[in-house]
Design a protein around this ligand. Sequence first.
Ligand SMILES: [Mg+2]
Length: 418
Amino acid sequence: MIALIDGNNFYASCERIFNYGWRGRPVVVLSNNDGCAIARSNEAKALGIPMGEPYFKIKQLEKTHGLVVCSANFVLYGDISNRVVQITRRYCNDIEVYSIDESFLFLDGYSDQYQKMVDLRRDVLQGLDLPTSIGMAPSKTLAKVANKIAKKFPDKTGSVYMIDSWKKIEAALKWFPVEDIWGVGRRYSEKLKSQGVHTAWDFTQFPDDFLRQEMGILGLRMKKELLGEAQYGMSISEPKKNISTTRTFDTGHAEYDYVHERVSTFASECARKLREQKSCCRHITVFIMTDRFKQNQVQYSDSFTVTLPNPSNSSIEISKYAKKALDKIFIHGPKYRKAGVITGTFVPENERMTSMFDVDNHERHAPIMEAMDSMNNRLGKQKIKLASQDVQKTWKMDQKHLSQRYSTSFHDSIILQA
Ligand SMILES: [Mg+2]
């Protein structure tokens, strides 16, 4: 049996944990720069606010319907997510953290599986004040379906639903829309609908040969998963093959200092991602380019790749070599609109082969990087920087409605008055 635990309207629910008064009120979380809605409480959904709705279109609801808007606070959500995983581990060690608000639990070998999931849900609700839904089924794809049922019918299911018989599989699939099947994209579901396939059940009626021909092995696996034959086990996240940070600037910039500061920040961000997945890189590529839509301006773009003397994930080291690469390609005159840093050729951190002749800074930098990461985790990304990154300027996002980091920062804790 595989269970999927999923936070209900996760970001919006996280915001509510610390604001008791927001219960029962519509809550919307906005994307970076307060652009558009990325999470909605049930009340906000009931107001008809669609996912992705731009903020300016719903602003008036703040006055008319008591809508609460929050800027996305990923430090808070990440912390709550970790706490959910901690509680989940009390019930099951075989867990695959699938996303910030979803984890698969592999329950084979555990006793009283259904009751355990009921208890888990209750613990998360009591411990964190976070509502979740749990779906249980013989395969991951069906666990997703069971989860949707738990979420859709909280009164009937108590938000925990188990598909454990052929009768339940059939009933669930006949209810489940084809476009919501895990792995069926919107475009493909349009095609399926035009062929008269509307539910997951319809999908399972395709003959195996037809599916293999039309969708390849993935289509066949999808059918088997839906019919309760597990095709996917626990996936251990594979390290990414390359990591890059690329940005378009607000406007064209000709000054070296500006471009250098940006490249240094991107390099530092790549290094942080490398440390996160415990890899080191051997190569760094830096590219810069002008705005190709402004044909009346000088056009220029170039890139340069440097090989590091030793594989590294130190922000100091990677920024240093990114500067060397930048210096090879930067010319004065053009207005640069975009730059990026790409790191490649990874080796696991604990299997680094070092050159005998070059100074290896890894061991020297490791404690500094560890301190930098742990402070940034607590204070928010990019609070602790290298001197080559901007010091005066702050690249602050528009986050006018940002909630406090209640659970990760002492300065942001809630003050109680007794
Ligand atoms: Mg969710």
